[in-house]
Design a protein around this ligand. Structure first.
Ligand code: SF4
Ligand code: SF4
Length: 144
């Protein structure tokens, strides 16, 4: 049976800042390209080598991402706030407007189980949804 399609023009979302998407959920991870890593490294004002050793992990498909420790992103502080918010990767900036999340009503609902911001607040303007999707597709490795 075909999956029920989702209208991109009807999506409500208002992040509560709960930090849920920055904590471990099985196979979830945060990809960070070299450009994104540079932005974070400069924001933190640490050396490139130190930054890479301490915060970056390489995946089998050749992509790289942020390290997680005790099921939390290393940049999530004790108050569940992002320590690098102005420099966070595209994946974090564009959630939940990811191709796989807006693929169908079922995938949107599934994401809402882990994100209390989905379905809250006002409808996000379609142009914003499309722009976030475009950036997500541009900056992340497609799921295989
Ligand atoms: S889980 Fe959703 S509501 Fe919570 S911080 Fe992440 S995007 Fe915001
Ligand atoms: S970089 Fe910031 S927003 Fe992204 S997962 Fe880590 S703590 Fe969360």
């Amino acid at each position: 049976m075909a999956k029920a399609s989702l209208s991109l023009a009807t999506l409500r979302f208002a992040c509560t800042g709960c930090g849920g998407c920055c904590r471990g959920r099985g196979d979830y991870w945060v990809e960070a390209s070299r450009t994104e890593q540079r932005r974070i490294q400069r924001f933190l004002r640490v050396s490139w080598n130190w930054f890479r050793r301490r915060y970056v992990i390489a995946y089998e498909d050749g992509s790289e991402g942020l390290r997680w420790k005790n099921d939390r992103c290393v940049f999530l502080d004790r108050d569940d706030r992002c320590r690098i918010y102005p420099a966070r990767p595209t994946q974090c900036r564009t959630f939940p407007f990811w191709s796989e999340v807006v693929a169908s009503r079922a995938s949107w609902r599934a994401a809402a189980k882990d994100c209390e911001g989905i379905g809250r607040g006002a409808v996000i303007p379609l142009a914003q949804v499309r722009e976030r999707l475009r950036r997500y597709r541009r900056d992340t490795t497609p799921e295989s």
